[in-house]
Design a binder for this molecule. Structure first.
Ligand code: UFG
Length: 315
């Protein structure tokens, strides 16, 4: 298929673009490089530097769009909510308008676990209440709502994938954020010597060891789900799937895995809670397993951290 990948120079977008090229699709990456890297665009994909609000000829002949381009920092969204509404909701609306004008009727959307907010139960199912606790999650939920509306109104075929904690690397494709807030890359930066220690944000949560529990999913497994989602698009329907491993690991447990993989002692310093962090976020991925046949193939923490470490350290 001829496909447009917005945000294909970013972490998840570049891995999905690489897998799409490997699967024989004709891929155009549209990215403004505000946070992405041009050298993350996989060989074999066409690159257009530009904004989703004005995709221009990047949409010519395209059959489906995979939409990743977005602002994605929870903390930043609390400080600058307008930025998140403008880029995430405004950007998606403009992209959907341009798609309608060019008769592109299929989209796979990069949604997030942040739409659920503080869960009432775990594992979280897609039918559970969506009460985002920050503008990032709220802006992504708004796009999900728009997709449902447009599916009913205009016959759009859409699939939203709600990611839990994406980690690991796919070959040389890895997380390279200018501002790194995520746990695993920050822990590994201690092992490379870029940081002296890692901060543990709170040890007084109602969890077995007092630190937050998250559901870490390998970026290669996550990316594979996008190819399945593409095949599952049905005109007039908006399908929503959670994507995680279904098992939670605490911050302390993840730091321990990083110590084992890197052989570095990785000093940690306990700090206060980070505002907005739910205690436990674990996905039920039963729906995507049942309906699309997706299954995590690289679900062990050793493999996830090992691949992230390999890409970072060149080992
Ligand atoms: N943490 C630390 N120290 C760090 C970084 C993180 O203790 O240096 C903790 C956090 O407090 C949290 C856990 O490690 O308890 C994981 O934090 P991340 O920042 O790696 O990931 P989040 O769970 O905050 O965020 C992820 C996605 C978001 C999504 C969110 C849903 O990255 O896009 O889940 O709540 F919105």
């Amino acid at each position: 298929m001829r496909l447009l990948v917005t945000g294909g120079a970013g972490y998840v977008g570049s891995v999905v673009a690489a897998q799409l090229v490997e699967a024989g699709h004709e891929v155009t990456v549209l990215d403004d490089l505000s946070t992405g890297h041009e050298n993350a665009v996989p060989a074999g994909a066409r690159f257009v530097r530009g904004c989703i609000t004005d995709p221009g000829d990047a949409l010519d002949g395209v059959e489906a769009v995979l939409h990743f381009a977005a602002k994605s920092l929870v903390g930043e969204s609390v400080e600058k909510p307008g930025l998140y509404w403008k880029h995430n909701l405004g950007g998606a609306l403009a992209l959907l308008d341009a798609m309608r004008q060019q008769n592109v009727g299929k989209i796979v959307f990069s949604s997030t676990a942040a739409v659920y907010g503080e869960p009432e139960r775990t594992p979280i199912e897609e039918s559970d209440p969506t009460r985002p606790t920050n503008p990032y999650g709220a802006s992504k939920l708004a796009v999900d709502t728009v997709l449902t509306t447009y599916a009913g109104l205009h016959g759009l075929g859409a699939v939203s994938l709600r990611y839990f904690n994406v980690a690991g690397a796919y070959g040389a494709f890895r997380e390279r954020h200018a501002i790194e807030t995520h746990l695993i890359p920050n822990v590994l930066k201690v092992a490379t010597g870029e940081r002296e220690s890692v901060s543990v944000f709170g040890t007084d949560y109602p969890t077995p060891d007092g630190t937050c529990v998250r559901d870490y999913i390998h970026v290669a497994d996550l990316a594979r789900a996008h190819l399945l989602a593409l095949d599952a698009i049905t005109p007039g329907e908006h399908k929503i799937y959670n994507l995680g491993n279904g098992t939670g690991f605490s911050v302390h447990e993840m730091i321990e895995v990083c110590r084992e993989i890197t052989g570095h002692e990785i000093p940690s310093v306990v700090g206060p809670r980070r505002p907005g962090d739910p205690a436990v976020l674990v996905a039920s991925s039963a729906k995507i397993q049942r309906e699309l046949g997706w299954k995590a193939e690289r679900g062990s923490m050793a493999e996830i951290v090992g691949d992230a470490w390999g890409a970072l350290s060149g080992k």
